[in-house]
Design a protein around this ligand. Structure first.
Ligand SMILES: Cc1cc2nc3c(=O)[nH]c(=O)nc-3n(C[C@H](O)[C@H](O)[C@H](O)COP(=O)(O)OP(=O)(O)OC[C@H]3O[C@@H](n4cnc5c(N)ncnc54)[C@H](O)[C@@H]3O)c2cc1C
Ligand code: FES
Length: 264
C-alpha cells in the first residue's frame, strides 16, 4: 500500500556533474519500501510540471525512518527537484510498484547496473547482504568515469565489484554486458547457473543484451524497466509494455519483471 505524504527534506547533495542525492524523512515509506520499488514525486507545488516524476528508492533506512533518492538532472522536473532545499517538504507518493524477488534456493546474485540503473540495485545489495548465505557480484557500467556511480557502496556490500566505462576512462573499456559475459565464462561456472539470479537495471538496450545472455544460459533474470509515467498507480495505462501475458504496466505490475516475460 502506498501513501501520499509531505516528506521533510533532510539532505540534498550534488554527487556528480548532473547527479544528486536527496534524503527524505518518512516512517511509512522507510518501513514498507522494498528494493526495486519507487516513489512518485511532485517536484513543484504549482502546475508545471503537472505530472509527478518516478524515482527509485536508492537507500532505505528503517532505523532512521529515512530514504534516499539518487537522480540525474535531465529535464524540467529533475531540474526543479535539484533546487529543493533542506528543511522544505516534498509531496511524495509511495512506495510504488513491484520490486525484486528473492528465491532462497538461489545462492548467487549478479547485479548489473548501467548508468543511473545502479540506483535501485544498491538497496538490493544491502538486502542480499542482510539475508546472507549468497555470493553477490556487482557489475556497474557507465559512459565515462564521471557517470559511474556508487562504486564505493558496491565495494562494501558485494563479494566482488567490477566496473566498466564505454570510453575506458575508468575500469574496463566496454559495456557492462561484457562484464557479465566474463563473469559467467570465468567465475560463475555453468554448474552454478541453476542457483544464480541476475538482477539488472539500466537503459533498454543494455537490459535486452543482459536478458539475451541470461535466457541463452537459462539463468533466472529480473529486469527493472523504465517508461515515462503519468499516474504511477496502474490507472492510466500510459506505461504499458508488451509481455508474454499481454500488456502490463511498468508502474504497478513492474518495474521489476522476469526477463522471460518481456517482448524485447
Ligand atoms: C520506475 C522508474 C524509476 C526511476 N528511477 C530513477 C532514478 O532512481 N534516478 C533517476 O535519475 N531517474 C529515474 N527514473 C527516470 C526519471 O523518472 C526521469 O529521468 C524523470 O522523470 C525525467 O523528468 P524530467 O522532467 O527531468 O525530464 P523530462 O523533461 O520529462 O525528459 C527529459 C529527457 O529524459 C527522457 N526521459 C524522461 N523520463 C524518462 C524515463 N522514465 N525513462 C527514460 N527516459 C526518460 C525524456 O525522453 C527526455 O529525453 C526512473 C523512472 C522510472 C519509470
Ligand atoms: S503510469 Fe499510469 S498506468 Fe503506469
Amino acid at each position: 500500500m502506498a501513501t501520499q505524504e509531505q516528506c521533510q527534506v533532510l539532505d540534498q547533495t550534488q554527487v556528480g556533474p548532473r547527479y544528486f542525492k536527496l534524503t527524505l524523512k518518512s516512517l511509512y515509506i522507510s518501513t514498507n519500501a522494498e528494493p526495486g520499488q519507487f516513489v512518485n514525486v511532485r517536484v513543484d507545488s504549482g502546475t508545471e510540471p503537472l505530472l509527478r516524476r518516478p524515482i527509485s528508492l536508492h537507500k532505505i533506512n528503517r532505523e532512521d525512518q529515512t530514504f534516499e533518492l539518487l537522480y540525474e538532472v535531465l529535464g524540467q522536473g529533475t531540474e526543479l527537484l535539484s533546487k529543493v532545499i533542506i528543511g522544505s517538504k516534498l509531496d511524495v507518493l509511495g512506495p510504488l510498484g513491484s520490486g525484486f524477488k528473492f528465491d532462497p534456493e538461489k545462492k548467487i546474485a549478479i547485479l548489473v547496473g548501467g548508468g543511473m540503473g545502479v540506483a535501485p540495485l544498491l538497496p538490493l545489495a544491502q538486502q542480499l547482504k542482510t539475508l546472507g548465505g549468497r555470493a553477490v557480484y556487482a557489475l556497474a557500467g557507465a559512459r565515462d568515469k564521471s557517470c559511474l556511480l556508487c562504486e564505493t557502496d558496491f565495494a562494501e556490500l558485494a563479494n566482488e565489484k567490477v566496473v566498466a566505462t564505454d570510453d575506458g576512462s575508468h575500469g574496463r573499456r566496454g559495456y557492462v554486458s561484457d562484464l557479465l559475459l566474463d563473469l559467467l565464462n570465468n567465475t560463475v561456472e555453468a554448474r552454478h547457473y541453476p542457483q544464480t539470479t541476475i538482477y539488472a537495471c539500466g537503459p533498454k538496450g543494455m537490459l535486452k543484451a543482459v536478458a539475451e545472455i541470461a535466457l541463452q544460459r537459462q539463468i533466472d533474470c529480473q529486469v527493472s524497466l523504465e517508461e515515462k509515467m503519468a499516474c504511477g498507480v496502474g490507472a492510466c495505462l500510459g506505461c504499458a509494455v508488451m509481455t508474454t501475458g499481454g500488456y502490463k504496466t511498468v508502474c504497478k505490475d513492474g518495474p521489476v519483471f522476469n526477463a522471460r516475460e518481456i517482448s524485447w
